[in-house]
Structures are given as structure tokens and as C-alpha cells.
Design a protein around this ligand. Structure first.
Ligand SMILES: [Zn+2]
Length: 285
């Protein structure tokens, strides 16, 4: 885990252990099949990836092929082919400059945007606190802060492309990977005005359908945030499955528009997967 990136991620070794565990203990199917068969007394599992990062193609896709298992990838359509991360990564880069490289100008810009005292010093913890605070800001206010940040410190050496390209999405889809929506702008949907909500849901769905030439039936709500309105509009606009980040197993009577999921943990001393009070918890050493 990068201390200046709040996006959950795992090493390829962890991913391999997870897929290995799942194939040994469950029948790994696509999300569509999992939902359709949730009443059966068969141990089924579906694998999902959020955001549409490029390493879903570079790292996960070959592994999924090796094990012969399907998966669903939830794509943020506004980021397809992008060289720039979400605002969390842009902010993380600025903190990294200030904290690790001792960039005084970057630190000064951050102090101004955060409203921190003149001589305050930053740590990785400040980065995580700021992400939490900025998540609660109105979209335009946050966008203004990020624009100021980029204007004062233009990124003149963009790194490698960090999100999936259209060609990669097409190739994965041809190989049996399902694609779902993760909105256009990774918006927290429960905080969106009604017209914005409909746009994020409908536009992302249309964009992915145009790329893969197939119906898009699922969505993963960014940050797991949803409300009654989010669910009803998702359903009205043609989604049949919605994924949250509530951590437990899918029940027989589950509302398929608010499906729970489990995220691999990797801090368990015995490196095992097990069941606990929350349901299935995977723990990787
Ligand atoms: Zn996301």
C-alpha cells in the first residue's frame, strides 16, 4: 500500500492467493450467474474490480486467464485511457512531493488549500485526513482546489497511462470479462442532485455499451455510497445489479441492487481464509 494513495490495492502475490483460494473453495462464476443462482445451495463466488485501472489488464487479466475464471470490471468511463489518477492520487502526488521530496512550494500550496498554519509540516496521515475532508466537499469546490493544485504545480512528466484503454476493454470483453459501470466521474451518487445522478448512471452505461457492443447490467457505486434514490434511479435506467462495499456474503433474499462484497485482508498471521461474524473473510499473510 502506497501511503500517498488511498485507493485499496494488493500485490500480484496476494491476488494470486485470493484467486487460488476462491477456485479451491467455490465455483467462480460471473456476477450475472451468481445473482441468478443465489437461491441454490452451491458455494459460488464472483470476482470484481473497481475503477478500471490499467493493472486490471496488465496484472489481473493474465491471472484470471491462467485460472480460467471470469470477473466483472466496473469502469469509470470519464477516466478511460487517462494518464491522470482520480483527485485522490493527484492530491497524493502533491503530498508526496511535500513530505518525501521536501518540496517547499508544494507544501505551501497544500497549506493554502487546506487552511493549515504557515509553518505546519505534513505527514502521510495529513494526506489521509485531507482525502476524508475533501470527499465531503461539493464537487465544484473540490475540483477548484485540484485545479489550483495542478496550476501551481503542473505535472510536466506524466507517468504511464493508469486507466484501461478502449482496446484493452474490448479485448477483455472478448475473452469473457463482464463490464459494469462505476459512473462517469466517480461521483458519490448519494450526494448528487437528481439530474446529475441520472447523467452519471445513464451516460456511463451508454459509453460502455458502445465499447463492448453488449448490454451493461451492473454498477458498483463509487465509495459504496448509495441511497434509496440512487437504487431506484439505477433500476429505472436499466441496471439489474448494484454493488456496494458492505462486507459480508450475499444472502438468498439479497436486494440485487445493493449487493455486499468482501475485500481481501492481508494482515492475518496464519494466512488463511475463514468465516467470522461478518461472513466470509479472506485473510492473506
Ligand atoms: Zn472506485
Amino acid at each position: 500500500m502506497d501511503p500517498f494513495d488511498t485507493c485499496p490495492s494488493h500485490s500480484v502475490e496476494v491476488l494470486r492467493a485470493v484467486v487460488e483460494y476462491l477456485t479451491n473453495h467455490f465455483r467462480v462464476v460471473g456476477l450475472r450467474e451468481l445473482v441468478a443462482r443465489r437461491h441454490e445451495r452451491v458455494p459460488l463466488a464472483a470476482i470484481t474490480f473497481d475503477d478500471g485501472w490499467r493493472d486490471t489488464y496488465d496484472v489481473a487479466f493474465p491471472l484470471l486467464r491462467e485460472f480460467g475464471v471470469p470477473a466483472t470490471v466496473f469502469v469509470t468511463t470519464g477516466k478511460i485511457g487517462s494518464y491522470q489518477g482520480f483527485w485522490q492520487q493527484v492530491l497524493g502526488d502533491m503530498f508526496r512531493h511535500a513530505v518525501v521530496q521536501g518540496d517547499a512550494a508544494a507544501a505551501q500550496t497544500l497549506r493554502k488549500l487546506i487552511g493549515a498554519p504557515q509553518d505546519s509540516q505534513f505527514t502521510a496521515a495529513h494526506y489521509r485526513q485531507t482525502v476524508i475532508q475533501w470527499k465531503g466537499l461539493p464537487r465544484h469546490e473540490r475540483a477548484r482546489k485540484i485545479a489550483t493544485l495542478l496550476a501551481e504545480h503542473p505535472d510536466d512528466s506524466p507517468g504511464p497511462r493508469c486507466f484501461l484503454s478502449v482496446a484493452e476493454i474490448k479485448e477483455m470483453h472478448s475473452a469473457g470479462i463482464e463490464f459494469g459501470s462505476h459512473t462517469v466521474h466517480h461521483e458519490l451518487l448519494d450526494a448528487c442532485p437528481a439530474d446529475r445522478l441520472d447523467y452519471e448512471l445513464a451516460e456511463s452505461k451508454a459509453q460502455i455499451e458502445a465499447i463492448v457492443g453488449d448490454r451493461v447490467e451492473s454498477i458498483a457505486y463509487p465509495n459504496g455510497n448509495f441511497s434509496e434514490l440512487v437504487v431506484s434511479r439505477s433500476e429505472a435506467l436499466g441496471y439489474q445489479m448494484g454493488c456496494t462495499v458492505e462486507r459480508r456474503r450475499i444472502g438468498v433474499r439479497e436486494n440485487v441492487l445493493t449487493l455486499p462484497r468482501v475485500e481481501p485482508e492481508w494482515d492475518c498471521p496464519w494466512g488463511e481464509a475463514c468465516f467470522d461474524e461478518r461472513g466470509f473473510v479472506m485473510r492473506i499473510r
